[in-house]
Design a protein around this ligand. Structure first.
Ligand code: NAD
Length: 421
């Protein structure tokens, strides 16, 4: 994991705690979900019985951060898992120390740390990351790895010519082109090492053609972007309900307060823009004003995020929804979601890591549309239609898992021998 802050430590600490029987993997489809099958095939079958997913006992964790603290110290600082829980897994957490990061303050302007790689060019940084991946796998005797971006949100960026082809991108790495940001360097290193890459933040990363082409060429799955954990998850459940009942929406006002480091990073206008663009996209797609102009063409949608230190990771998300019904009579819905950001995100990291690993072993390459369920802004192959409705996304995911179950890949080691349409 690039980025070993609140989400990463909650994920790692959670898996270690679950291994010790200290809690359940609540929220993780891969661990607690079932697949509806025909009655004669057994009805609802636990996903982990049907698919040869890597087991929690077999996972080894590592990553990079700009702060050198071990995972116990970082978890205490993040303040998500209770100190009493952390005490049980202290020794294991202390053993996990971040490797020095590839960092650019121009992309994440609110934080600065000492644990950063120094190298001549961005290509040299990518080479160092590739070395890190190889050393980590060798030191831990690993068959495979998956990279999940859990680092800070980078400043808003748009596609530039240097992103358009692999050759332009590699030349840009050599000349340290400013439009190549750290998340792209990590993704490049991962894909070049045959490691699937997933993006939990709203960064541009795997959206760029250069990395999509590389993933296809190297036969590596990629997916993103921005975990759909709290407010957007609820939005993509409610909006389809309004559409199903043909209720109009005139306004959707969303705001959040949070006080973790993620919130601090989002104080910067450019990082905030990355997150806002990501959070805005779902509603417009679900409530399609072209198909239902009388219901949704005048919808006013706004999303705000405010840094408020007293709440730490315990984000509060408010939604005020102005809807209208029969003859246009207005009504209102208010939601106040007192959530825990990283508690919602940790199971998504686990699912994405296990499913990306499975995808790689089944020979799936490039963008993995079927994992849209996990993302606020699913990045899809050219021409594919974005699907944001949570239950439709779940159905797509389940269909894909059923196909993969039919292929019945062995649990360890095998790659690239299945053909999946
Ligand atoms: N928690 C959620 O519900 C949720 C949902 C969607 C997306 N996200 C995204 O997940 C990411 C992590 O969230 P968090 O709450 O753990 O934030 P965090 O600030 O606690 O952790 C991020 C870590 O990344 C490190 N970092 C920054 N740039 C880095 C780089 N280039 N290389 C290595 N490390 C780097 C920071 O030092 C920090 O420790 C954020 O981008 C956030 O927007 C979180």
């Amino acid at each position: 994991m690039p980025g070993m802050g609140a989400v990463a430590t909650t994920f790692i600490g959670g898996v270690l705690a679950i291994r010790q029987g200290l809690g359940l993997p609540i929220g993780a489809l891969s661990q607690m979900g079932t697949l509806p099958m025909a009655a004669e095939a057994g009805g609802e079958i636990p996903i982990k019985n049907l698919l040869p997913l890597a087991r929690l006992e077999d996972l080894v964790f590592g990553g990079w951060d700009i702060f050198p603290e071990n995972m116990h110290t970082a978890a205490l600082k993040a303040g998500v898992l209770a100190p009493a829980t952390l005490a049980h897994i202290k020794a294991d957490l202390e053993r996990i120390r971040p490797m020095p990061a590839v960092f650019d303050r121009a992309c994440v302007r609110q934080i600065e740390g000492p644990h950063v790689k120094q190298a001549g060019s961005k290509m040299a940084l990518a080479e160092q990351l590739r070395d890190d991946i190889r050393s980590f796998k060798a030191a831990n005797d690993l068959d495979r790895a998956v990279m999940v971006w859990c680092a800070s949100t980078e400043s808003y960026g748009e596609l530039a010519p240097v992103h358009q082809s692999l050759s332009a991108f590699e030349e840009g790495l050599e000349t340290s082109h400013p439009a190549i940001v750290p998340s792209m360097i990590y993704a490049y290193a991962a894909i070049r090492e045959g490691v699937p890459f997933a993006n939990g933040a709203p960064n541009l990363t795997e959206e760029i053609p250069a990395l999509q082409d590389l993933a296809a060429e190297a036969g590596v799955p990629i997916s993103g972007k921005d975990f759909k954990s709290g407010q957007t998850m609820i939005k993509t459940v409610l909006a389809p309900a309004f559409k199903a009942r043909l209720l109009g929406v005139s306004g959707w006002f969303s705001t959040n307060i949070l006080g973790n480091r993620d919130g601090l990073v989002l104080r910067d206008a450019e990082a905030l823009k990355s997150k806002q663009v990501s959070k805005l996209s779902a509603l417009e797609q679900i409530l399609d004003a072209q198909v239902y102009p009388d219901l949704y063409s005048d919808m006013y949608h706004t999303v705000d995020i405010n840094y408020y230190p007293p709440r730490g990771d315990n984000k509060e998300g408010w939604d005020n929804i102005d809807i209208f019904g029969w003859l246009g009579y207005p009504m209102q819905i208010k939601i106040d979601f007192l959530c825990r950001d990283s508690i919602l995100a940790a199971p998504l990291v686990l699912d994405v890591a296990l499913f990306m690993d499975l995808a790689a072993r089944c020979g799936l390459t490039g963008l993995q549309d079927w994992l849209a369920f996990y993302y606020k802004r699913p990045i899809l192959a050219a021409g594919a239609r974005a699907e944001h409705d949570l239950f439709r996304q779940l159905a797509i995911l389940q269909d894909r898992l059923r196909t993969l179950a039919d292929l019945a890949v062995p649990a360890r080691g095998v790659s690239g021998e299945m053909a999946v349409n």
